[in-house]
Design a protein around this ligand. Structure first.
Ligand SMILES: [Zn+2]
Length: 355
């Protein structure tokens, strides 16, 4: 299955809005602002933001969703139609600069929907980085095509490689058929991942989350990570008087599906991605809180992990602003719960301290 979004390939004009609602959803889901500046929408640094900034330096972070791509050697077909900010190399030096001053303890690489013929070289490169040990990246979730009969052979190649923790295939490009994750071969591959101790990242359209519920019930022996708060569109949660556009999905259905996923003990939720699609003109803390709080309350303090989603987060804000926004939103929760979200749960889920 091609992951290229045909409408964007070679297009002279990049329609950012369209990209984000279609091809851009490959990595981030939803729609981001057209010409956002990186300043806090409300202007001055508020007291809570200042408190968030102080907390930002104090709390160690495990970033479970770090993208890296080198455009000199790697092909990412979806970038053809992407906003310019994403069309450059983002590698370890750039990550270090973007996270400078943050207390990043370690990072888990997240696959970047690379051209399928480069999946093995992507995984091998990451394995090398993880084993070298001189970067924060100590583990990786690699690309894969679970609906292919070749998947078993592919993944067995990494079955004994401890830094390789799981697999992801983004399931919401427009050409990704609905129900793909419920096909027999796909489910077989999910069970195989469970057998070899790997997880699968669910990154899908919010309206397809009911498929995720069916899938995770069918594979109780496999651990799943729900990416990006189930790809909720934060703008859809704003009241009608504040909202500039019609909701992009049914927010009540999203809430119900999140609750159903949270009922399954083999699923955890990654708090990530949402800032890339935050609406303009509303403080991030206001627009993101309903989504983040519903996920945190549904999954509870032990089954939520933090993801930076850099550099895709740049569609909404720099990495550190995502962190400070999140810290502000969770600032009224117990310190122990904040620490679980920011690093302890991830260390446990991925066995980062004992691998
Ligand atoms: Zn991402």
């Amino acid at each position: 299955m091609s992951v290229v979004e045909p409408g964007f390939s070679g297009s002279a004009q990049t329609d950012r809005r369209r990209f984000l609602t279609t091809a851009g959803a490959l990595l981030v889901g939803g729609a981001a602002a057209a010409s956002r500046t990186f300043a806090h929408p409300s202007g001055a640094l508020t007291e809570t933001a200042a408190a968030g900034a102080r907390a930002m330096l104090a709390t160690p972070i495990v970033d479970t969703h770090q993208h890296l791509w080198n455009l000199e050697t790697q092909k990412l077909p979806w970038l053809d139609g992407a906003p310019e900010v994403l069309k450059k190399t983002y590698w370890l030096n750039e990550y270090a600069a973007a996270t400078e001053g943050l207390n990043i303890k370690s990072a888990v690489y997240m696959e970047v929907d690379i051209a399928p013929d480069q999946q093995i070289s992507e995984a091998d490169t990451l394995l090398e980085i993880c084993r070298k040990g001189d970067a924060p990246t100590i583990a990786a979730v690699i690309s894969g095509r679970p609906n292919s009969e070749e998947f078993a052979r592919y993944i067995h190649r990494y079955a004994k490689a401890k830094p390789i923790k799981g697999v992801r295939q983004v399931l919401h490009p427009p050409d990704c058929p609905r129900g793909l994750c419920l096909e027999k071969q796909f489910v077989r591959s999910m069970n195989l991942l469970g057998e070899i101790g790997m997880s699968f990242d669910l990154c899908m359209r919010p309206e397809d989350l009911s498929d995720a519920v069916t899938l995770v019930r069918q594979c109780p022996g496999t651990r799943f990570v729900l990416d990006h708060c189930g790809n909720a569109d934060p703008g859809s949660f704003l009241s009608e008087s504040v909202r500039k556009e019609a909701p992009k999905h049914d927010t009540e259905a999203w809430k119900a599906n999140i609750l159903q996923l949270a009922e399954q003990s083999n699923v955890i939720c990654k708090i990530s991605g949402v800032i890339a699609s935050a609406p303009t003109g509303v403080p991030f803390t206001d627009s993101l809180a309903p989504v983040i709080n519903h996920c945190l309350d549904s999954f509870g303090p032990d089954r939520v992990i933090f993801g930076g989603d850099w550099p895709v987060c740049l569609l909404g804000a720099p990495f550190r602003e995502w962190v400070s926004t999140l810290l502000t939103i969770i600032s009224n929760r117990p310190q122990a719960e904040q620490e679980k979200l920011l690093h302890k749960n991830a260390e446990k889920f991925y066995s980062l301290l004992t691998q």
